[in-house]
Structure formats: structure tokens, C-alpha cells
Unconditional design. Structure first.
Length: 243
């Protein structure tokens, strides 16, 4: 019976993400790690210039063909904070009676989160390319994702025969955990409407970089930076029976 429960827990990790753009199949020449890191940092800065929040806190790109977004404020004007790791976060709103998020809490997270590869174009511009949807609970289920292993992987998974040779970094996105230190959970019901509380942008070096990682989808996250637009609905304290 324990093996059955373990299989179900492992299987639940592999929720398939949705492909957004056709250019996910684009093949780019892999540069050195140092160059990739510099590309990530430059692409993040450009991303903050090129995008804004809609009324619900979703990230939208400025259009060059319409004028309806001319009065929108770019993300760079929301006082983004860059951490030593390269992680960038923006606090859009803060819960009145929020709960501090512990590193092993059981999160309930509403989000629209994408991944990108930072590349240099032929004209020399460095931008995020090959957008791929990591999670979009807004359009998929309409409710928060519960206890994602990319935030905290259970000890029962790490000590299983299947993954006993793996470390937390195989599952967890370090930059997401780091960024969430600057946010609190709302402690609201799953049925509540969302209002994204902020953004955490994780450069590839603070995500999976070029390391082997768990297959959260059929797509590789090698060299990929993550942009999490999210709201933490709840952060429940993890008890030993849920670890």
C-alpha cells in the first residue's frame, strides 16, 4: 500500500505544462555558462521594460501596433529588487494579515508562470525567447496548485528507491524559494478570486541551469529562466505525516 501511495505522489509531480508558442522548437547554439548568465541578466532588464501589469496583476507585453496600452506602467517602474543570486522580485500588493512562508510549507499557489531562454539576436539585442508555459492555473483549473515539488519536495520522495540518489536541487527551483522570502501568504480560500501579489524572475543559474532535473513536463528547462506571476493563497505548516 505504501508503494502505491508513493507512486501516486511521484506521478502527481509530472503535471504536464502547456506549450504556448510555436518557437519552443527553436534550436539555439549553447553559449558558455558565463555568457548565458550575462544574457539572463540583460534579458531580465529588457523584460522589465517591455511588459506591464494588467488589472489582475497578469504580465502583458506592450504592443507596437496599438495605443490602448500607452498609459500602462512598465514593470521596471514598480521598484524591482535584484538579489545577489540574480533573482528579481516585485511586490505588487501585500496581504493585510499575511502569514510568513516557511521553506517547507504546503503552498497553495495561483499563478501564470512562463520560462524563456535568453538569447542575443542578429541585431545584438538580448531578450527572452522561446516562451514556454510552466504553469497557468488561471486558465487550467481556476484554483491554486497545491504543494508543488518545485518549491518543496517531500522527504518521502527523496528517500524513495526511485529518487534516493537525488538531491533537493533536482526538484526545487532555488530562486523561487529565495524570492518567496519577501512575500507572505494571503490565507484565503481556494474559491476566492485572484489578484496577483507580485512577480519573481529566476535566472537560469538560480533555476535548473544545465543540471539534470525532474521532468515537470516533456520539455527541458536547461538554460531556462522562469517568470512567476503569482498569488500565494495559503501556506500551511507541514506536519511529519505530510512529508
Amino acid at each position: 500500500m505504501k508503494k502505491i501511495f508513493l507512486f501516486l505522489a511521484v506521478a502527481s509531480l509530472a503535471v504536464t505544462s502547456c506549450r504556448k508558442d510555436d518557437d519552443n522548437s527553436t534550436t539555439t547554439t549553447e553559449v558558455s555558462i558565463e555568457t548565458q548568465n550575462s544574457y539572463d541578466d540583460a534579458a531580465i532588464k529588457q523584460f522589465l521594460k517591455d511588459n506591464y501589469f494588467d488589472a489582475k496583476g497578469n504580465i502583458k507585453a506592450f504592443s507596437s501596433t496599438i495605443t490602448t496600452d500607452d498609459n500602462e506602467i512598465p514593470l521596471e517602474n514598480y521598484s524591482p529588487i535584484t538579489l545577489p543570486s540574480g533573482v528579481v522580485y516585485i511586490v505588487r500588493n501585500t496581504p493585510t494579515n499575511g502569514k510568513t512562508i516557511a521553506s517547507n510549507d504546503i503552498l497553495r499557489i495561483m499563478q501564470v508562470s512562463n520560462t524563456y531562454v535568453a538569447t542575443k539576436n542578429t541585431d545584438g539585442a538580448i531578450k527572452f525567447d522561446s516562451q514556454y508555459t510552466f504553469r497557468n492555473t488561471v486558465t487550467s483549473t481556476g484554483t491554486p496548485e497545491v504543494d508543488p515539488a518545485y518549491f518543496y519536495v517531500k522527504n518521502s520522495i527523496l528517500t524513495s528507491d526511485t529518487y534516493k540518489d537525488k538531491t533537493r536541487s533536482y526538484f526545487e527551483i532555488e530562486g523561487l524559494k529565495e524570492g518567496l522570502n519577501y512575500f507572505k501568504s494571503y490565507e484565503i480560500a481556494d474559491s476566492e478570486d485572484y489578484n496577483m501579489q507580485g512577480v519573481i524572475i529566476v535566472p537560469s543559474r538560480a533555476a535548473f541551469a544545465r543540471d539534470d532535473h525532474f521532468a515537470y513536463s516533456s520539455y527541458s528547462f536547461r538554460n531556462r529562466s522562469f517568470v512567476f506571476s503569482f498569488q500565494i493563497y495559503k501556506a500551511d505548516t507541514r506536519t511529519s505525516d505530510k512529508d
